[in-house]
Every structure is written in structure tokens, then in C-alpha cells.
Design a protein around this ligand. Structure first.
Ligand SMILES: [Zn+2]
Length: 145
């Protein structure tokens, strides 16, 4: 699997927000559920996270995001968690995850870098074309935030 590290992960506030979403998804417990959100860019170029409504055990749905924007803000990336750690659950992005990004006509902005999938061990990136790459170790990326 190729590796890539999107630039927006240099932003401490984004890493902190991803960390909060990961905590909220209660990984490895019976209350584990997916959390996710959009990473948006405001008019001054500042990045911020807008979380989606809480998902269920192994799925989550996106709010409307026409034209790859939310309230006029460009979607730089999206993300969701894979909180289930049992062997019945895939840690990596699923085929459905890949298709959801690739086949979404509203996730085609040139500024859109893909969807992060945050699992216990690793963070992955599903790129616009559905290709998956490895971003890095979850603990290394989230904890320092
Ligand atoms: Zn998923």
C-alpha cells in the first residue's frame, strides 16, 4: 500500500479535532460507533472541522455537501472512524468506503484530498479516485495534537 501524508495534518487544531472524534467513537467498547466530519477551509484560509451526526456501529452518513462545499466552504477532506476492533471488522477502508468517495459527484472538487479512515492502529486515506494509501500510525498522528 502506498503511503502519503496530506498537508492538512500539519495543522494541530485539525489533529486535535480528529483526536476528539476518535475518543467520541468509543473504540473497542460495546458502545463503539462511527464518528466523522468534514475538514473545511474558511475565507481566510483557516481549516476547521465540522462533525457529522453520530453514526452507528459500522456506518455513518454524510450531511448534504453539494459542489464539494458546505455553507460555501470548500471541503478539503472528510473523515470517519472505524472503532470496532474485533476480527469481524475491517480496519482498513472497505470496498463500500472506497466506492462512496469515488462515486460521489459532490466530492470531486480539485481542493478535495480524500477521506481519512481512522482505525485503532492506522490512519488511511481514500483518495478521490478510490485508491487507498496509508497515512501513518494513529497514536503518532492523534496523540501529539
Ligand atoms: Zn468505513
Amino acid at each position: 500500500m502506498p503511503s502519503s501524508r496530506p498537508e492538512f495534518l500539519n495543522d494541530q487544531s485539525i489533529r486535535a479535532a480528529l483526536s476528539q472524534a476518535w475518543q467520541a467513537s468509543q473504540a473497542g467498547t460495546s458502545s463503539g460507533h462511527e464518528e466523522g466530519g468534514f475538514i473545511l477551509r474558511d475565507d481566510s484560509g483557516q481549516l476547521f472541522v465540522e462533525r457529522w451526526d453520530k453514526g452507528v456501529q459500522d456506518t455513518i452518513s454524510l450531511p448534504p455537501h453539494g459542489d464539494c462545499k458546505v455553507s460555501g466552504h470548500e471541503i478539503v477532506a472528510s473523515f470517519h472512524t472505524h472503532p470496532n476492533t474485533g476480527s469481524d471488522y475491517l480496519q482498513e477502508p472497505s470496498e463500500t468506503d472506497r466506492r462512496a468517495v469515488r462515486d460521489d459527484p459532490d466530492l470531486k472538487g480539485r481542493f478535495y484530498e480524500g477521506e481519512l479512515v481512522i482505525s485503532q492502529e492506522k490512519i488511511y486515506l481514500v483518495e478521490r479516485n478510490g485508491q487507498v494509501s496509508e497515512v501513518g500510525d494513529t497514536q503518532e498522528i492523534l496523540v501529539r495534537a
